[in-house]
Design a protein around this ligand. Structure first.
Ligand code: PLP
Length: 405
């Protein structure tokens, strides 16, 4: 297989050549420690300042509100644990049923440690009922954490509205914006969001670098306790090369956000339309409009997602079933379950997530092959052979029980 067609950008992205170029000197001649007194290290400190300013500019934040971390997961953990530690008298967290494991698994651990967690459900289109969320607020609610955009479906949540509600109730609001940053315009100067997580490898910077926006005045205890780096908010010698890379990626994203995302949306829509037109019994998961411009999650009835992925892989096409973290397990994702996607369709869901590096030719190639793959797989599908007919909805046993009530 010579050519790769990469449409798995919600899992990770290619490092932009400009980002790679900006990072290279920090592996060789510019290896100084930014905390050193000597000029050799001090100049690296200036490079970090510049990177911080670039990340802040992408978010409409102040440079001093940006804390560099090692990844989106660390940013999420810092936000949640940091707020709880800073508000020890409050023990209630509100989140959603469709968060990434970086939040969801953490909340499940905290629920075993005497915290109470309310998970707000989503509807069939993956949208959140903001009224239900507001009703869940209690006097002891420490934090509301809601993702900006879902990694599996791309569905966008009204985080600014939710942040308004949180503020009106004196509750800190955090958003996991790992999938949103670089794909949606964000202006934190004009929003009541207190904390925001991002991850470099989702926006063409390397893996192993992230950032947490901490609005000035937000009470937050550090997760990594150590040196005075990041103004005492995150101990550990800075990953200078990756921070500079993230700064460059943020600069590129800010410069090209509107035009590149319009192009990506056009490609995504074309791919989706052609697949839907030419494949019976398939549908898009998630709200058709309130979605990231790069993400298409399509359910193909009566076929296994893993089988589709393998056949795509033979053609050099890299896509995903569910999120990168949940694929590999035969359980359909918690997101599909929360949306009430029927069993057979949830099992056959594929996520195509595009980037600015995809081309029209690539999209046409995928759109041409997907209907053929589905047709071939259906001919040998145990669902179809087992008697399920197109139009028959097959439920998870527990969903069926729920629907009966
Ligand atoms: N949050 C969301 C929504 C994600 O999609 C991901 C990664 O897939 C993460 C958090 C975790 O980010 P990282 O891989 O940088 O730890």
């Amino acid at each position: 297989m010579n050519t790769i067609i990469y449409v798995d950008n919600n899992a990770t992205t290619m490092v932009a050549p400009e980002v790679f170029g900006a990072m290279q000197p920090f592996f060789s001649e510019r290896y100084g420690n930014a905390s050193s007194i000597h000029r050799f290290g001090g100049t690296v400190g200036h490079d970090l300042d510049e990177a911080r300013a670039r990340v802040a500019a992408l978010l409409g934040a102040r440079p001093e509100e940006i804390v560099f971390t090692s990844c989106g997961t660390e940013s999420d953990n810092t936000a949640v644990i940091g707020v709880l530690r800073a508000n020890p008298d409050k023990r209630h967290i509100i989140t959603t049923k469709v968060e990434h494991p970086a939040i969801r698994s953490l909340c499940q651990v905290l629920a075993k440690e005497h915290y109470e967690v309310t998970e707000v459900p989503v509807n069939r289109q993956g949208e959140l009922d903001v009224g239900l969320l507001a009703d869940a607020i209690r006097p002891d609610t420490a934090l509301i954490t809601v993702m900006w955009a879902n990694n599996e479906t791309g569905v966008i949540f009204p985080v600014e509205t939710i942040a308004d509600i949180a503020r009106a109730n004196g509750v800190v609001f955090h958003t996991d914006a790992v999938q949103a940053v670089g794909k949606l315009p964000i202006n934190l100067a004009e929003s009541p969001i207190d904390l925001l997580s991002l991850s470099g490898h989702k926006l063409h910077a390397p893996k192993g670098i992230g950032a947490l926006y901490v609005r000035r005045g937000t009470k937050l205890a550090p997760l990594l306790v150590g040196g005075h780096q990041e103004h005492g908010r995150r101990g550990g010698t800075e990953n200078t090369a990756s921070i500079v890379g993230l700064g460059k990626a943020a600069e590129l994203a800010a410069a090209h956000l509107d035009d590149e995302n319009a192009r990506v949306r056009r490609l995504r829509d074309r791919l989706e339309k052609r697949i839907i037109q030419n494949t019976p019994d398939c549908f898009v998961n998630g709200h058709p409009e309130h979605r990231l411009p790069n993400t298409s999650n399509i359910s193909f009835e009566y076929v296994e997602g893993e089988a589709i992925l393998l056949m795509l892989d033979e053609l050099g096409i890299c896509a995903s079933s569910g999120s990168a973290c949940t694929s590999g397990s035969l359980e359909p994702s918690h997101v599909m379950r929360a949306m009430g996607v029927p069993f057979t369709a949830a099992h056959g869901s594929i996520r195509f997530s595009l980037s600015i590096y995809n081309t029209d030719e690539e999209i046409d190639f995928i759109a041409e092959h997907v209907p053929r793959i589905i047709k071939r797989l259906r001919e040998i599908s145990p669902f179809v052979r087992g008697g399920a007919k197109p139009g028959t909805v097959t439920y998870f046993p527990q969903d069926k029980a729920r629907d009966a009530h």
